[in-house]
Design a protein around this ligand. Structure first.
Ligand code: A2P
Ligand code: 11C
Length: 340
C-alpha cells in the first residue's frame, strides 16, 4: 500500500470497526496507526490478523500521516483535527464537530461524491441515522423530487458507544437476577424499554439527534427545500438502526416505481416481499454493508406519498464503512492532500 493511515479513537466501537473495514476492503495502507487516549496507550487492538499497539493521541501524532479517520468524540475532534490538518493530513471525522461548518464537506459517497473535491483538510462523516436515510432518499429525489420527509427512528445502543453496549447487557443480566437495573449512560433503563430521547434537548424541544437528521439531510442532498421532521428513539437493540420514513414527492411514484428505482441504486438492497414475510430487520442488517429497504407502499393520505422501512448497521454503513469509502473516494479523485 501507499498511504499512512491513522485511526483516532481506535479502541472505541467505531474505531475497531474502522480497522476491520480497512482490512476487509484491502485498503491500500502502508502503515496503520492506532490512536486513543492516555488511558489505553500501550494496549493493543486487532488488525489484519495481528495487533496494533495503541498510542496516545497528541498534537504530534499526525506527522507523516496521509489520512486520519477520527471517531473519538466531538471535543477530541475539535481539538486534534486542526493539528492533523496542519501536519498535511486529511481528516475524515465521524463526530458532529465539523459537520455543519460551511468549509467542511459532509459526504455520503452514494449521494454527493463530488463534494469531496472542495475539502480544505477535513471531510465530515454524517450521523449514522442520517446516512442510511439519505442513501435511500437520493434516488427517489432524483426521480420525483422529495418535498417532505417524516422519519421515526428505532436506534441501537451501539450508536452511543461501547459503554452503552455494556449497559444494555448488564441491565438484562440484572433484571434476570431480580436486581434493580442501573442506568448510568442513559437517563432511564434501556433494557425492555424505549427512550424517546437521543442526545440533549434543544430548540423547539427537538433532541440534538433529531436536529442533526434534519440539517444534515439538507446539506448532503444539497437541497434546503426538502422539509424534514424527525422523532428519534433508542431501543434495546445492540446493532442496527431502523427507520420508518414517510415521504411526499412532487411527481407521483407508485410503490412499484420506488421498488424499481431503489433496486438499481448503489448501496441498497431492496428486501420487500410481504407475502413471504420479507422485510429488513436489525438482526439481519448487523455486519452487512448495504442499506436495506422494505415495507415500500403508497401513503394515500396525501397525493404523492410513500412509506419506507430502512435498516442498516449503524456502526458499519452508519460510521466506519462510510468513512473508509470517503477515504477510497479521495484516493480515486487524487484529493489526499491539504490544499495550500
Ligand atoms: P480510550 O479507549 O482511550 O478512552 P466509544 O465511542 O466506543 O466510547 O469510543 C471512544 C473512543 O475515543 C475511544 O477509542 C477513546 O479512547 C477515544 N477517546 C476519547 N477521549 C479521547 C481523548 N481525549 N484523546 C484521544 N482519544 C480519546
Ligand atoms: C446514536 N446517531 O445512535 C447517534 C450516534 O453524531 O455521530 C452518532 C452520533 C453522531 O446515538
Amino acid at each position: 500500500g501507499e498511504w499512512v493511515v491513522a485511526v483516532a479513537g481506535a479502541t472505541g466501537a467505531v474505531g475497531r470497526e474502522m480497522l476491520k473495514t480497512l482490512e476487509q476492503r484491502e485498503f491500500p495502507a502502508k502503515t496503520v496507526k492506532a490512536l486513543a487516549s492516555s488511558r489505553s496507550a500501550g494496549t493493543t487492538v486487532p488488525y489484519a490478523g495481528g495487533e496494533l499497539t495503541v498510542e496516545e493521541m497528541t498534537e504530534k501524532s499526525f506527522e507523516g500521516v496521509d489520512i486520519a479517520l477520527f471517531s473519538a468524540g466531538g471535543s477530541t475532534s475539535k481539538k486534534f483535527a486542526p493539528f492533523a490538518v496542519k501536519s498535511g493530513c486529511v481528516v475524515i471525522d465521524n463526530s458532529s464537530a465539523w459537520r455543519m461548518d460551511p468549509e467542511v464537506p459532509l459526504v455520503v459517497p452514494e449521494v454527493n461524491p463530488d463534494d469531496v473535491d472542495w475539502h480544505k483538510g477535513i471531510i465530515a462523516n454524517p450521523n449514522c441515522s442520517t446516512i442510511q436515510m439519505v442513501v435511500a432518499l437520493k434516488p427517489l429525489h432524483n426521480a420525483a423530487k422529495i418535498k417532505r420527509v417524516i422519519v421515526s427512528t428505532y436506534q441501537a445502543v451501539s450508536g452511543t458507544g461501547q459503554k452503552a453496549i455494556t449497559e444494555l447487557e448488564t441491565q438484562v443480566r440484572q433484571l434476570f437476577n431480580m436486581k434493580d437495573p442501573e442506568a448510568k449512560v442513559y437517563p432511564y433503563q434501556i433494557a425492555f424499554n424505549c427512550l424517546p430521547q437521543i442526545d440533549v434537548f434543544s430548540d423547539g424541544d427537538y433532541t440534538f439527534e433529531e436536529i442533526k437528521m434534519i440539517k444534515e439531510t439538507n446539506k448532503i442532498m444539497g437541497d434546503d427545500s426538502i422539509r424534514v421532521t424527525a422523532t428519534t428513539v433508542r431501543v434495546p437493540v445492540f446493532y442496527g438502526h431502523s427507520e420508518a420514513v414517510n415521504i411526499e414527492t412532487e411527481k407521483k411514484l407508485t410503490a412499484k416505481d420506488a421498488r424499481a428505482i431503489l433496486s438499481q441504486a448503489p448501496g441498497i438492497t431492496v428486501y420487500d416481499n410481504p407475502s413471504e414475510k420479507i422485510y429488513p430487520m436489525p438482526i439481519h442488517a448487523a455486519g452487512e454493508d448495504d442499506v436495506f429497504v422494505g415495507r415500500i407502499r403508497e401513503d394515500n393520505t396525501v397525493d404523492n406519498g410513500l412509506h419506507l422501512w430502512i435498516v442498516a448497521d449503524n456502526i458499519r454503513k452508519g460510521a466506519a464503512l462510510n468513512a473508509v469509502q470517503i477515504a477510497e473516494l479521495i484516493i480515486a479523485r487524487d484529493k489526499v492532500r491539504v490544499p495550500a
